[in-house]
Design a protein around this ligand. Structure first.
Ligand SMILES: [Zn+2]
Length: 468
């Protein structure tokens, strides 16, 4: 639309017959390059690694030159002497401008029609928009590789991996900017894409948990926190996890189904704001994940969490029908910590005492635990906290009943969720985040870990595709 046909299709040196010619030419060139690499040396004494790396480099270089020629020969992106600018004024044609993009084939020097708008003093190239080249001089293929790496490892490590594995040059700061920009897109997509996916399982589990993310000083200035001077060094990322457990182990106990876990997380509030008195940002996130997983459509839906009040407030508000279970792993951790508070961390008495309480817990004898805590109530604040915790959550700790119903009460998914989604990527030594940077990488990581990256990428390609 608005593009002036320049007859490039008929003039193209790589038209219908040209394509075939190009293919043959590349094949011949590659064969020649490989002959040149190997020379007359015997295959026995070959440094295979050196040869294969060099061969790949040459093959990619040839393909890059061919692609470059093909794209630069096509000048159909020239849309006449002027084009409408986004600001409403007209942008004037200023000739063809060359720019180097980092592609999967290595650097590509592309000439594109350039339009400059005097009104808003900015320029644009229609082709960049059409080919999805607007993200930091990276082609879509490199952008995708960059995002895949940065979801898993640090920006510096991503840069190294891209060079080592793909022969692609993306600096650590480019990785950071590209991954954060793409992560922000994924976060928007997560808000918009809430279609139910997959079958409805007989029982669906939904877990919530929180963990601190180390922040840059500017992001926590003036906030109250857990530091000795009352300041904060972290912000809490909240994670919602959904999974099923229809599999059974050899004793018939429910086991988490492999590949059934999905994650959604962000540094955001679980308290309703004045602007939205109904639901907090995190409650909205939980609801979206619940819809995607058909949580409330399941004959049985279960919410698992630790003792945090926001978890149970959110659960009560969104899913009054759900069975609430306090993650047994978390309770046992609390009992061990309490034992150490009573007897001292290194005392030989602590462990057997904690083990006895854990057995009582498994047997549903909560009053026996309270009874055992009672003599120590004055000894430590930790003991009072533990007793209150058990009393308040008693209905969520009816483990024998839950087990007789075939429900999971301790899957490790909750604890692992925070570690997998947040800890292993965002809490490494020396890392300090901005909220927007952390949330972008968290969104990217959740998309990857939940098997949703491919779908996102397809939607992205469709949404950005130029109107025919
Ligand atoms: Zn303009």
């Amino acid at each position: 639309m608005g593009r002036c046909p320049t007859g490039a299709d008929t003039n193209s040196p790589f038209g219908a017959s040209g394509k075939k010619g190009l293919q043959t030419q590349i094949q011949t060139d590659i064969r020649q390059e490989i002959e040149a690499l190997l020379g007359r040396q015997s295959i026995q004494g070959l440094d295979f690694e050196a040869v294969e790396m060099a061969a790949r480099r040459q093959a990619l270089r040839l393909a890059a030159r061919a692609l470059e020629q093909r794209l630069n020969a096509d000048t159909s992106d020239h849309g006449g002497p002027q084009l409408p600018c986004a600001c409403g004024a007209s942008a004037q044609y200023h000739g063809r401008h060359g720019k180097t993009f980092e592609s999967v084939l290595g650097p590509l020097l592309l000439d594109r029609a350039y339009y400059y708008c005097a009104q808003c003093q900015s320029g644009f190239c229609p082709r960049d928009r059409h080919l999805h080249l607007e993200m930091f001089s990276l082609t879509p293929g490199v952008l995708r590789m960059t995002a895949s790496a940065a979801a898993l490892v640090s920006f510096g490590e991503s840069s190294d991996l891209l060079r080592e594995l793909a022969g692609v040059e993306v600096s650590a700061s480019q990785v950071e900017r590209a991954a954060e920009a793409l992560g922000a897109e994924i976060a928007v997509d997560e808000h918009n894409c809430v279609e139910p996916a997959g079958d409805v399982a007989p029982t669906i589990y939904l877990g919530m948990d929180g963990t601190g993310v180390p922040m840059r000083n500017s992001e926590v200035a003036g906030r109250a926190g857990k530091q000795p001077d009352g300041s904060a060094k972290t912000r809490e990322a909240k994670v919602v996890t959904a999974w099923t457990a229809e599999s059974r182990d050899d004793q018939g106990k429910p086991m988490r189904d492999p590949g059934s876990i999905t994650y959604s997380a962000a540094i955001e509030s679980a308290a309703a704001r004045d602007a939205n008195p109904d639901r907090s940002d995190f409650a909205e996130r939980v609801l979206r994940e619940a819809i995607r997983r058909s949580f409330t459509k399941a004959p049985r839906c279960v919410v698992l969490g630790d003792g945090s009040a926001w978890i149970w407030n959110t659960a009560r508000e969104l899913f009054p029908q759900a069975i609430q279970i306090l993650d047994r792993y978390h309770v046992k951790e609390t009992l061990h910590r309490t034992a150490q508070a009573i007897f001292g961390a290194t005392s030989p008495e602590a462990k057997p005492w904690a083990m006895a309480r854990c057995t009582e817990l498994d047997d549903g004898k909560l009053s026996a635990i309270i009874h055992a805590l009672r003599p120590h109530l004055t000894a430590s604040h930790e003991v009072t906290k533990c007793a209150t915790y058990i009393f308040r959550n008693r209905s969520r700790m009816r483990y024998p009943k839950f087990h007789s119903q075939g429900l999971c009460t301790s899957t490790g998914v909750l604890e692992a969720g925070c570690k997998i989604v947040i800890g292993t990527r965002l809490k490494r030594t020396g890392m300090h985040w901005t909220i927007s940077g952390a949330n972008a990488i968290i969104a990217l990581r959740c998309s990857k870990l939940s098997g949703r990256f491919e779908d996102f990428w397809e939607r992205r390609a469709t949404q950005l595709a130029p109107a025919a």
